[in-house]
Ligand binder design. Structure first.
Ligand SMILES: C[S@@+](CC[C@H](N)C(=O)[O-])C[C@H]1O[C@@H](n2cnc3c(N)ncnc32)[C@H](O)[C@@H]1O
Length: 260
């Protein structure tokens, strides 16, 4: 059985690159001491559960409508059209009522950035009109397909934007990241840590940005149960010694870290 093919039969994983699915299969087999050639069924099941946790769970069921919605987007002033696309990804959907406040609060601390690096961006680059600034935008996402969509958006809106794609938990990918005034790690760290434990320390040290804004959800996915900030004690330890401010907006906590 071609396990990658088998996993990608499910619509929610169709956009994922084969190499990432292969890495996931190997990781799951190793962690569960399973044999890829013998324990196929259980490996497929467990790998799908893992891929759902790091990717599939954030997509709304209409995610494949994004191209159609993009083609009817009238321009950067079409805020309602932007909201319709932001709704297709759970993380951005949850932030829609707060976007103006989020960026006003962050930029009040950092000043208006001239360049932004958005890591594990999801559809967040489409919140650009809510930033009320002009900036160069680098977006990094896991799959090529999702990155291509973001590039289409930048091109259509004439935003000076570049997209990169790959698995950012890999050291060689981190080394390729461009320099920027500010780096967004919105709701990204939990996901990246579940792919590679302790990856955040390396990522924070490698980022060539003056400011890093890392956020975490304060509720489980989709307006679920409250989750305590106590679980972030490891992160607070990691940033101990750095200058930072903490902001809570909606069900999200943002840490605005000064790097340089
Ligand atoms: C919780 S969502 C957050 C999306 C966005 N930052 C936001 O808050 O609106 C996590 C994102 O991480 C992306 N992702 C997962 N693993 C990744 C990896 N290894 N490298 C890059 N992006 C990844 C997923 O595709 C998903 O869009």
């Amino acid at each position: 059985m071609d396990l990658v093919f088998e996993i990608k039969k499910k619509k929610e994983f169709r956009n994922l690159d084969d190499s990432f699915v292969e890495d996931a299969l190997r990781k799951i087999a190793k962690e569960n001491q399973l044999d890829i050639s013998k324990d196929e069924e259980i490996i497929v099941k467990k790998t799908r559960a893992f891929l759902r946790e790091v990717y599939g769970a954030f997509l709304s069921k209409n995610f494949d409508k994004r191209d159609k919605l993009l083609s009817s987007l009238a321009g950067l002033n079409d805020l309602e059209g932007h909201r319709k696309i932001l709704k297709l990804h759970i993380s951005t959907a949850e932030r829609i009522p707060y976007y103006n406040q989020v960026y006003a609060s962050i930029f009040a601390i950092t000043g208006n950035p001239g360049s932004i690096l958005d890591i594990a961006s999801g559809l967040n680059p489409l919140s650009y009109p809510f930033m009320n600034i002009q900036a160069k935008y680098f977006a990094y996402e896991l799959s090529k397909d999702d990155a291509l969509f973001l590039q289409k958006y930048f091109d259509k809106m004439r935003i000076s934007g570049e997209t990169l794609f790959g698995d950012i938990t890999k050291s060689e990918e981190m080394d390729k990241l461009p320099q920027a005034d500010i780096c967004f790690l919105f709701k990204a760290i939990d996901t990246l840590e579940s792919i590679r434990w302790n990856v955040t320390a390396e990522l924070l040290s490698k980022l060539k940005c003056k400011w890093i804004v890392a956020s975490f959800p304060l509720r489980t996915l989709g307006k679920g149960k409250l989750i305590s900030e106590k679980r972030l004690s490891w992160f607070l330890k990691l940033i101990n010694g750095m200058k930072y401010e903490r902001i809570v907006i909606g069900d999200e906590v943002f840490f605005v870290l000064r790097k340089a």
